[in-house]
Design a protein around this ligand. Structure first.
Ligand SMILES: C[S@@+](CC[C@H](N)C(=O)[O-])C[C@H]1O[C@@H](n2cnc3c(N)ncnc32)[C@H](O)[C@@H]1O
Length: 298
């Protein structure tokens, strides 16, 4: 069993602690169909043992706890103590006392080899994807199922059985891209860095993800994608979610000039408010590229 040296633990490098409450307010609304895709792809059932890596406020772990039940195991790990606190509180409030949450680095999982039936990661931010995927596969039992999803992914190709009812959002009410366009105007220096959760390779994202799963030693690899547009009812909540989920902005915001931040926010709210006035509801899309594989038995 690997040990985690204290000097290797780097808490909250992605600055999720301070936004844990705000993250949780929207992540379920925007991400729940993606979680359902992961549950279907891994074929998780009652009594199974599941690990959710980079669990954040625990939306996947909590959903898995409902499915595996008290005779199973649902464990979420994350490097942000703030996210883990919210995850524990939400699980308790939902009556899912058997869901476990641990502050742990995905680079050095402290579980023995072959521990879990299912290992998943939804929009993880991994400092070294190869190493973290290697760790996830190591703790998965032979024959167990692995699934991961990144941002992006394109049009929906996963035929989700439990698909959400389409929200009544007129096409003109969708404000995807507006936050980025305002960032470009006010803070162009924040546009360049990658999202932090996608494989950065010279090939297309599908091939890159497939390569990663192959290099992790997985078999029966299959890819899918899913996109979901969620309703937002005020310009402020659209701004709040965009400013939490846009990593370069979230991580740099404290270092930005407050007056410039006000000007940026004012510009975004004005533009979004016009759309809201015209359409009565706003839409923001979450897209995911999903990959699943099986750990070989022999
Ligand atoms: C975009 S959030 C996704 C959270 C959750 N899986 C969800 O879908 O709601 C990315 C998460 O990765 C976590 N993270 C970043 N580096 C990590 C690491 N080395 N080990 C474990 N978690 C990490 C962050 O703290 C954050 O909670």
């Amino acid at each position: 069993m690997p040990t985690q040296r204290n000097d290797e633990i780097r808490f909250d490098p992605d600055q999720y602690d301070d936004v844990a409450e705000r993250f949780d307010r929207y992540s379920e609304r925007t991400g729940f169909p993606i979680t359902e895709c992961l549950m279907e792809m891994t074929q998780v059932r009652r009594g199974r043992h599941l690990l959710d890596v980079a669990c954040g406020s625990g939306i996947v772990t909590r959903r898995a706890a409902e499915i595996v039940g008290e005779t199973g195991k649902a464990v979420g790990i994350d490097l942000s103590p703030g996210q883990i606190r919210v995850a524990r509180r939400k699980a308790k409030a939902q009556g899912l006392g058997w869901a476990q949450f641990i502050v742990m680095d995905a680079m050095n999982l402290t579980f023995p080899d072959n521990t879990f039936d299912v290992v998943v990661a939804q929009f993880p931010h991994f400092p070294d994807r190869g190493r973290c995927i290697g760790e996830m596969v190591r703790v998965l039992r032979p024959g167990g199922r692995f699934a991961i999803c990144n941002g992006g992914g394109g049009a929906t190709i996963w035929g989700l059985k439990n698909a959400p009812t389409p929200a009544d959002i007129p096409k003109g009410g969708v404000v995807d891209g507006l936050f980025r366009s305002c960032l470009e105007t006010h803070f162009p220096q924040l546009i360049a860095p990658p999202a932090g959760n996608a494989p950065v390779q010279s090939v297309d994202p599908q091939t890159a993800l497939r390569n990663e799963l192959e290099q992790g030693g997985l078999l029966e690899i299959a890819l899918g994608s899913y996109a979901h547009t969620s309703p937002f009812h005020t310009a402020e909540e659209a701004f709040e979610w965009e400013s939490v989920r846009t990593s370069p902005y979230r991580m740099q915001q404290a270092a930005l000039e407050p007056q410039s931040v006000e000007a940026f926010k004012g510009d975004y709210l004005r533009r979004v408010q016009k759309k809201l006035d015209r359409h009565g509801v706003l839409g923001l899309t979450t897209g995911a590229l999903l990959g699943v594989g099986v750990k070989p038995k022999g």
